[in-house]
Ligand binder design. Sequence first.
Ligand SMILES: [Zn+2]
Ligand SMILES: [Zn+2]
Length: 324
Amino acid sequence: MILSFRGEDFFCYFEKINSIMTDFQVTILGNGSAVPTVLRNPSAQMLQSGNRRFLIDCSEGTQLQMIKYRVSRKNFSHIFISHLHGDHYFGLIGLISTLHLSGREQPLHIYGPKSLEEIVHLQLKYSDTRLKYPLLFHVLRDNEMIYEDKLLEIRCFPLSHQIPTWGFVFREREKERNLRKGFVARYAPGVEQMHRIKQGGDFVLPDGMIIKNKEITTASPLPRSYAYCSDTAYDQKIIPFIRSVDMLYHEATFDDAMAVVATEKFHSTARHAAQIAAEAGVGKLLLGHFSARYSDVSHLLKEAREVFENTLLSEQGETYDVGK
Ligand SMILES: [Zn+2]
Ligand SMILES: [Zn+2]
């Protein structure tokens, strides 16, 4: 026999708690390309998932951008460096040094190309710096999971650039279903039963009666996802890695008039970025890595929107909610 469980006590504390979405957002610290200008810093951004924060690329000047935009240097333990062009990591040794001088003790994980560890150790060696905290390097390989916790998993994947370069995709994990408080108060299920029900199981009473899962749980919010692709030429090979992400940050170094140059330099135009966004079926496209030759990039937005309407120009200091 299947019991039906309805009533006002369905709407309760448990649902309220679980309906609160954890933060999943990215703050742009730099969205310029190779050369810093008064308008734009080269690449860096901070992604937040719940109480975890991840720094993606760390160009020269990133520390100052963090101060300017009130992004704390504390409470993050993972840095992802896409490649070894200076506009993506020349701020790393400065940040490592500042964390040391600030008395950091917890380990710092750095994910990047193979040579990065050697470069950083040379800089530390010749400045006679003995860090107070452990620095743990992780070498990026073609396509693999590089991080996971209860909320999130992060994968790297190869981009198409002049030197080995990786993109990163951050995907929230599927969340368990939420128990309705009325059910818990009435039937006081055991810990194991609650765990099984959160996974989608029905509740079986001692007399064999069954309450269907749908009656005693509510669905959790859908997992959200964010992808970072800088630097890269237009390349359909990246599409499987970023398919259907809620938000894609993609480089748009050049405009249509520079399309040949973009291809020669293994970079993208705004239109290329939009083509990738459309072909990958992403929710929203955020453009960045703008060439220093453009003080106004509104024409890049126009060119991209001709292909993919839901496009935004990234703004330094702005925080974007992924999935909204
Ligand atoms: Zn670059
Ligand atoms: Zn590059």
